[in-house]
Design a protein around this ligand. Structure first.
Ligand code: NAP
Length: 474
């Protein structure tokens, strides 16, 4: 497979190319073009020229295109999932689940295209407004630069370009270097669905080169970024007056209160901690469990975790596969080892096979260690006991991140107290922090980012409110 840049509805070759290899076994997945700065500018030119055509589409037409893309994804779900297995080493079942969510995300975007509207403003409620009435409309911002990470290469792209098109914008998309084929597949489906040429441009190449041009070009109205906090901070520092939304990382936590039946949540915690090798922004990394349940929870988590199968991503029996790169596998292994050297107990996992690290459960971990206070983004979960709920909440909040948190408790008062006190963008009651459906508001506080995704919220971010005040002439 070889893909050039996708600019103005056609393939544009480049001098330099990059080969993409499977993170699992190193086989050659394909080759993609590496854009120069001037080719990124060409993509922005195309997006600029297509703005009037996108503005001219009716809500009905935008909704139809997005629904057609959803249907095409549904029809070609196995083909799309195979791309995820190859470029990201995403286990097949997780890959199919991502495609099913991508279908949902584009349908939700289509719904938002159809319902995008403003509101009536009671202008005559002020003394100076007598005789006038007003209303608002939501207009497209213009060109949206979308920069996306490797871990959900279809659905996180959908969370950016779905609302961008629902709002009538054009897009230049820069996917993660390891996962470009999913972005080109998406572009082809939009082309087949009738999106005007030039409305979606996909440029691959180094984050620094492509990213810098997108972030600094005055014609870009908004940068929507999902990725790591250091890159997010650098983008915000360079973006000037552009609108910027940042969906960044976390070390998400769950609290398990006394009186909870832990048999009902073990499988859920295992899924939350180890799905896609823990490379999920709301992966369950920290568990605070009431001391009366601690020993039982540790034992049952280990039993359930040891049943997980590691292996080839394209097999339906595989639960976990390789981390995205050798460097990341080395890093995760090193963080576990550092914790162990510091006195932590590794209850299970942490063994290395190629780029796979087996799912690891750690206890007795000091709070200042990387596995507790930084984002592992790997298959590691740490368990601590607590006696007082207030202490557990303080420990969850003792983090530079704040994306989502969960609390299992039989007591409504405790649930509501935690919902109020937890410093995060979303609190899941009687569930893990890893819960997400695609229409819900989603985003973080602190170093987990700014702005909200979820189709309705993203369309609002990607459109500008304009006020119209009418003074009837008679
Ligand atoms: P990353 O290294 O920050 O990369 C994300 C994107 O930024 C990639 O397309 C990357 O391109 C690009 N990039 C790199 N340097 C850049 C620069 N200087 N200027 C502009 N763009 C640049 O993140 P990742 O490793 O792919 O993804 C993992 C991170 O994403 C984790 O922290 C995770 O928590 C976070 N995440 C957050 C959410 C959320 O919704 N909050 C969802 C998923 C993931 P290259 O690939 O070419 O370097």
């Amino acid at each position: 497979m070889k893909k050039d840049l996708w600019i103005n509805g056609r393939w544009v070759p480049t001098e330099q190319t990059l080969t993409i290899h499977s993170p699992f076994d190193g086989h050659l997945v394909g080759e993609v073009s590496v854009a120069t700065s001037s080719q990124v500018s060409l993509a922005i030119d195309a997006a600029e020229r297509t703005r009037p055509a996108m503005r001219a589409l009716s809500a009905y037409e935008r909704g139809e295109i997005l629904d057609r893309v959803a249907e095409l994804f549904d029809k070609r779900r196995h083909e799309a999932a195979a791309i995820l297995c190859a470029e990201a080493a995403k286990p097949l079942n997780a890959a199919l689940a991502e495609i099913d969510r991508t279908v949902q995300t584009y349908h939700f975007a289509a719904d938002e295209a159809r319902r995008l509207s403003g509101e009536m403003i009671p202008i005559d409620a002020a003394p100076g407004g007598k005789g006038r009435f007003g209303f608002t409309i939501q207009e497209p911002l213009g060109i949206i630069a979308a920069i996306t990470p490797f871990n959900f290469p279809f659905n996180l792209v959908a969370h950016k370009i779905g609302p961008a098109f629902a709002g009538g914008n054009t897009v230049v998309l820069k996917p993660a270097s390891q996962t470009p084929f999913s972005a080109f597949f998406t572009a082809e489906l939009f082309h087949d669905a009738g999106l005007p040429a030039g409305a979606l441009n996909v440029v691959t190449g180094s984050g620094a080169v492509v990213g810098d041009v997108l972030v600094e070009d005055e014609r870009i109205a908004m940068v929507t970024f999902t990725g790591s906090p250091p890159v997010g901070k650098a983008i915000k520092a360079k973006a000037g007056l552009k609108k910027v939304t940042l969906e960044l990382g976390s070390n998400s936590a769950v609290i398990i209160d006394q009186g909870v039946d832990i048999d009902t949540l073990i499988d859920r915690c295992v899924v939350g901690a180890f799905s896609f090798q823990g490379q999920v922004c709301i992966s369950l990394q920290r568990i605070f469990v009431h001391s009366s349940l601690y020993a039982d929870l540790c034992q049952k988590m280990v039993i359930a975790t040891k049943k997980l199968n590691g292996g080839q991503p394209d097999k339906a029996t595989t639960d976990y596969s390789a981390l995205i790169s050798e460097k990341d596998a080395d890093r995760v292994q090193q963080w576990i080892k550092t914790a162990e050297d510091d006195g932590a107990t590794v209850l299970c996992g942490g063994e290395r096979t190629g780029n796979m690290v087996s799912p690891a459960i750690l206890t007795n971990v000091a709070k200042g260690l990387k596995v507790s206070c930084q984002e592992v983004f790997g298959p590691v979960v740490v368990i601590w006991p607590f006696d007082e709920l207030g202490d557990a909440i303080d420990q969850v909040n003792d983090s530079v991140y704040g994306l989502q948190a969960g609390i299992y408790t039989p007591l409504l008062d405790n649930a509501l107290h935690a919902a109020k006190k937890l410093e995060v963008g979303g609190v899941m009651i009687n569930d893990i922090p890893t819960f997400r459906v695609d229409q819900m508001p989603y985003g973080g506080v602190k170093e987990s980012g700014t702005g909200r995704e979820g189709l309705h919220y993203a369309v609002t971010e990607m459109t500008e409110m304009k006020l119209v005040v009418v003074k009837p002439s008679t």
